[in-house]
Design a protein around this ligand. Sequence first.
Ligand code: SF4
Length: 341
Amino acid sequence: MYNIINFNEEELKKWMKENGEQPFRSKQVINWIYKGITSFDEMKNVSSKTQENLANNFYIGTPTIVRKLVSTIDGTIKYLMKLHDGNIIECVLMKYKHGNSICISSQVGCRMGCTFCASTIGGRVRNLDSGEMLGQIIAVSKDINERISNVVMMGSGEPLDNYDNVLKFLEEVGKEYGLNIGARHITLSTCGIVPEILELSEKGLQITLAISLHASNDEIRKKSMPIANKYTIKEVIEACKQYICKTKRRVTFEYALIEGLNDEKEHAEELATLLKGMLCHVNLIPINEVKESGYKKPDKKRIDSFKSILEKNKIETTVRREMGADINAACGQLRRDYVNE
Ligand code: SF4
């Protein structure tokens, strides 16, 4: 059995042809899938014989919403979703003036081991396929009955640890007959897997690359991000320069501020030296506290002082606006609580 969302129009057309169906029906089938149907018998303009043939060979891999937390402050919605095999993932919808933005997961769990992240506590369970990533957007769009115009790949999982499926997702998400979300409206966030950043840069995609840097030197980075034992900050920055050169896109550096670990003035200065002159932007993220890690968020004064040092060095810097403060489970925490129940 295959997840039908993994088949694009061409691939489904081919399957229809080889399996005694009329190829033109593939368009109708795909339209229904992107409307968020959960069963083949909901496809009103498709014969019951074709519905049966499809049901015997495919399943619809759109995740099912099992829990929803809605912020009364800004309308942010955190979703817990069940996949076809019973695994649970999280995704988040954020409502902005410029449109709806969704943060999706790319793996069940994660094996990267960042100490500030709840998604990694149980390790990586499995990769999501491209259809399961598209499916999160389809399910949420159906739930809110609105179009989603921006995607951030920043939920559970390391996208570049699931490179082939993520690449297929990036190709499919822009298709006009499907979700029609352009590359410039997509951000891929990675902890910095250098060979895949270099490979991705060769594709010349117009997506935004975001690097979870979170430290200004390797010594500190190694304390919270095991990937730093494999690739140095210097190697990550060099790969980003290559990415900028190939795509002409500005790279974002994510920096989670953790009190007493990476939020001192000298860290800001060190970071400024690393990034000076690059086509980049720093996004400071006052950390979400994870029960298991004991990390604390710095106060506003420390955050502002860190930001002003970067700005003095002409590095564009923002502090991530807290969305859904009243439903503020850290990334991966909601899933852990649900699975533990
Ligand atoms: S921060 Fe990202 S890469 Fe690190 S463990 Fe969490 S999901 Fe994985």
